[in-house]
Design a binder for this molecule. Structure first.
Ligand code: ARG
Length: 463
């Protein structure tokens, strides 16, 4: 510790180095450098407007802060050292440059509200970068859906073959979940977008700060409602961690699907060589390491959320140093989602399709529902049709045959309602065409969904 802490005045002796080091956050909150300076630039103006700073001091402060920001941007390694936290670093740099004017900047302000503002500004500028990566991942699914065309595959419930679907429908199902993540991140960004300055340490500041104007200057769309709440409110951080966790849960499930479906047992998709690794011992292996890592990292993101909620749950009203524990899980969650999205997008982009294998798996007994629907269209009550077809399935299974091999006579042995058009109704292609609703795997519906997704992707990105 080379510099005096910001709060040394009240103390007779310097803090015990071990205790001080334990409380230091600069090694990780240096990530808030840019936001800390941004907040301070606006605070200097607010103090000048309130008549607390002379125009001259405010100008000197802003010039120096701008130079500090510039230096930190061109040389990020400079933003380091043994200051207690990023706020202390910036203030020390300011005082070194301009002396007493710099010592006036913290008038009426507390680090409690400052750190909250910094984190809010940080999320506001960083969330769009995650959203951009989400868009890229979603676009990879859209491109593959386009490539898949009319290819068919089985869908699964209980991990057992359920009904035929278009491969594109399956791919777009993952895009649908990721779009919710995009919206959830947007909600986290909106929740963070409130000004806490003016709250002081807890009771509110004693200077006539025009908080509305200050909020506007910093691009916040509102001012927090209660200074006591503001000093320890980290709901926006929890919301962000939740949004990230759920996105990671989705990526993990995507990973699981493609680990299975690119393996020998399924062989529906082909993992690109660039998305796989080999084994040091078994020459035949093509391992889906990137997907497995994404699945593994989901646990870490969920850990960040649960750990943080546990940190919050016992805190009495007002700032407590425990709150410093908000930053590392938040940054780690952000980094984890960013790399996982990049990895997932790359795997999906380079995936090969095996329509023949998928098509073969989409035929056979999973057309049973279509057979039952055929009988219903000929007037049989569905419950009865279900029973008739169930008996057919039992028999076919025993004979190791499927519907396709039945002669018209054999069809009619099960029900006289079967006509010679049954064969054309009982195919995977006919099955998907027979779906009727907009959210279904009906080819027209899927094409419309893809078109809608394309226009969403084409619509404004903020990055
Ligand atoms: N490093 C602190 C944090 O991350 C900044 C706020 C410090 N406030 C205080 N009263 N010690 O929360």
């Amino acid at each position: 510790m080379s510099s005096k802490p910001l709060w040394s005045g009240r103390f007779d002796s310097a803090p015990d180095p071990a205790a001080f080091d334990f409380g230091v956050s600069f090694p990780f909150d240096r990530r808030l450098f840019e936001d800390d300076v941004t907040g301070s630039l606006a605070w200097a103006d607010a103090l000048a407007r309130a008549g607390v700073l002379t125009a001259e001091d405010a100008r000197a402060i802003k010039e120096a802060l701008t130079a500090i920001l510039e230096q930190g941007r061109t040389n990020p390694a400079w933003v380091s050292g043994d200051d207690e936290d990023v706020h202390s670093f910036v203030e020390r740099q300011l005082v070194t440059r301009i002396g007493d004017a710099g010592r006036r900047l913290h008038t009426g302000r507390s680090r409690n509200e400052q750190v909250s503002v910094d984190l809010r500004l940080y999320l506001r500028r960083r969330i769009p970068l995650l959203q951009e990566k989400l868009r890229a991942t979603i676009a990879a699914f859209a491109d593959q859906a386009e490539r898949a065309g009319e290819a068919l595959m089985p869908s699964y419930t209980h991990m057992r073959r359920a009904m035929p679907v278009l491969v594109s429908h399956f791919l777009l199902s993952h895009a649908a979940a990721l779009r919710r993540d995009h919206a959830r991140l947007e909600a986290a960004r909106e929740e963070a977008n409130a000004l806490t300055l003016g709250s002081g340490a807890i009771a509110g500041t004693g200077y006539a700060i025009d908080t509305k104007t200050l909020a506007g200057a910093l691009g916040f769309d509102r001012v927090v409602a209660n200074s006591m709440d503001a000093s320890s409110d980290r709901d926006f951080a929890a919301t962000f961690l939740h949004a990230v966790s759920l996105a990671m849960v989705h990526l993990s499930r995507i990973a699981e699907d493609f680990i299975l479906m690119t393996g020998e047992e399924f062989g529906f998709f082909e993992l690109a060589d660039s998305s796989a690794t080999g084994s040091s011992m078994m020459p035949q292996k093509k391992n889906p390491d990137p997907l497995e890592l994404v699945r593994g990292k989901a646990g870490r993101a969920i850990g960040n959320l649960t750990g943080f909620l546990v940190t919050m749950k016992g805190l009495p009203t007002g700032y407590n140093k425990d709150l410093q524990e908000d930053k590392e899980p938040l940054f780690d969650a952000e980094d984890t989602l960013a790399v996982s999205l990049d990895a997932t997008a790359s795997v999906i982009r380079n995936l090969g399709l095996h329509p023949d294998r998928m098509g073969r798996a989409a035929a056979g007994l999973l057309l049973a529902t279509d057979v039952a629907d055929y009988l219903v269209s000929r007037g049989m009550p569905f419950r009865q049709a279900h029973e008739v077809v169930g008996a057919m399935v039992r028999q076919l299974l025993a004979q190791q045959r499927d519907f396709e091999s039945l002669s018209l006579d054999e069809w009619r042995q099960s029900s006289p309602l079967f006509g010679d058009d049954v064969k054309e109704h009982v195919t995977a292609a006919a099955s998907v065409k027979a779906r009727k609703t907009p959210q279904s795997t009906n080819p027209d519906a899927v094409e419309a969904a893809l078109r809608e997704l394309r226009s969403w992707l084409a619509g404004g990105s903020r990055v």
